[in-house]
Write a protein of this length. Sequence first.
Length: 153
Amino acid sequence: MSNDLIATARRLAKASPKRPRQSDLKRGVSTAYYALFHCLARECADLLVGAGDSRSDAAWVQMYRALEHGISRNACKVTATKSFPNGILSVADTFVAMQEERHRADYDPLARFARPDVLVLIDNCEQAIKDLLAAPRSDRKAFAVWVLFQRKR
């Protein structure tokens, strides 16, 4: 699904060859963020519940849906204070930056985007997805737990 969302984001960003519509550019930004979000949600579910025929689909869906935007963003903001490798740190930084861009695109009626900037944001999301999937399983699993669960105060 993440690759399809990245492709959709690119198609939106390039929809009008001469003068891109802001609605297409904004949807492209939002769609790119959701590509990264859904990739992370899938990783959380696959790593903590399992993948394949032997998994409980109900438990997998529950874990997939447990990823919350705000909790994940807050965890990602302080990921650098933990001992995650550079690839995971890059994912966390991109997640925070893209969520902020998605909020601008979805909620700020005065926000304006330029096609080259949107294409860079899409590329950043695609790279973050690659970085996440290339990370060692133990690091991905630790990151999944990190973004899913708030620390007790």
